[in-house]
Ligand binder design. Structure first.
Ligand code: PEP
Length: 252
């Protein structure tokens, strides 16, 4: 039995006031302790604010990205894995489709980020996903397994896979539970064939792409869907708590 994992990706959103309100509201939700792992990923400029607002202790704060050099240095505008550790942050998203497609991050750069995260001991939420064109050409399985391979993961204990079809992110189009399950199964089978069966059984594979309070119950019922990475709906406390509740119900 894998512990569900649910992440809220706040992307480049929020004001001091809106974040104060969001944290206050999220802190009111039922405890997830020992049942569901929950992280929220504020923009890096808001990480300290969320810490100072005393985000509930059963949830953790994650980063959205890091630079590929462990200790940073001359990388204007970036944040490093060591800085996160120093702040007490122990996870980061990597390879999000917006990093790949808007900022042109290659698999090679993402693999360097995986390496420094592993060196520093960060948990990684590594994102894979096909574009609509790739899906229509029948390339989904090949695209997502090669992205998974190209992370070059060496420590699967600290790796969560996020399957996020690019066509479903921020579009209001969700993969059907069957489409998502099919892709998650392909990723789990890849782990079994290329790593080992123990890792395949243990690694959490979470779904992202327009997850909301109306579709989370059905999605998490799928055997290979172990939680969610949530963008838009994670900025609305009621919706995010309801998605977290789908995780809680799945382990009842
Ligand atoms: C995401 O940011 O990872 C995401 C899935 O966004 P949304 O839920 O808004 O589609």
């Amino acid at each position: 039995m894998r512990t569900p994992y649910i992440g809220g990706n706040w992307k480049c959103n929020g004001t001091v006031e809106s974040i104060k309100q969001l944290v206050q509201d999220l802190n009111q939700g039922p405890s997830t302790e020992g049942k569901v792992e929950v992280i929220v990923a504020p923009s890096s400029i808001h990480i300290g604010l969320v810490q100072s607002l005393n985000l509930r202790k059963d949830w953790k704060i994650s980063a959205q990205n890091i630079v590929q050099e462990k200790n940073g240095g001359a990388f204007t505008g970036e944040i490093s894995a060591s800085m996160l550790k120093d702040l007490g942050i122990d996870s980061t998203l990597l390879g999000h489709s917006e990093r790949r497609h808007v900022f042109g991050e290659s698999n090679t750069v993402i693999a360097k980020k995986v390496k420094v995260s592993e060196e520093v001991g960060l948990t990684i939420i590594g994102c894979v996903g096909e574009t609509l064109e790739e899906r229509e050409r029948g390339e989904t399985n090949q695209v997502i397994t090669s992205q998974l391979k190209d992370f070059n993961v060496t420590n699967w204990d600290k790796f969560v896979i996020a399957y996020e079809p690019v066509w479903a992110i921020g579009t209001g189009k969700t993969a059907s539970p069957q489409q998502a399950q099919e892709a998650h199964k392909v990723l789990r089978d890849w782990l079994a064939d290329n790593v080992n069966s123990e890792v395949a059984q243990k690694v959490r594979i979470i779904y992202g792409g327009s997850v909301n309070s109306a579709n989370s119950d059905e999605l998490i019922k799928q055997p290979d869907i172990d939680g969610f990475l949530v963008g838009g709906a994670s900025l609305k406390s009621k919706d995010f708590l309801s998605i977290v509740n789908s995780g809680l119900k799945s382990v009842e």
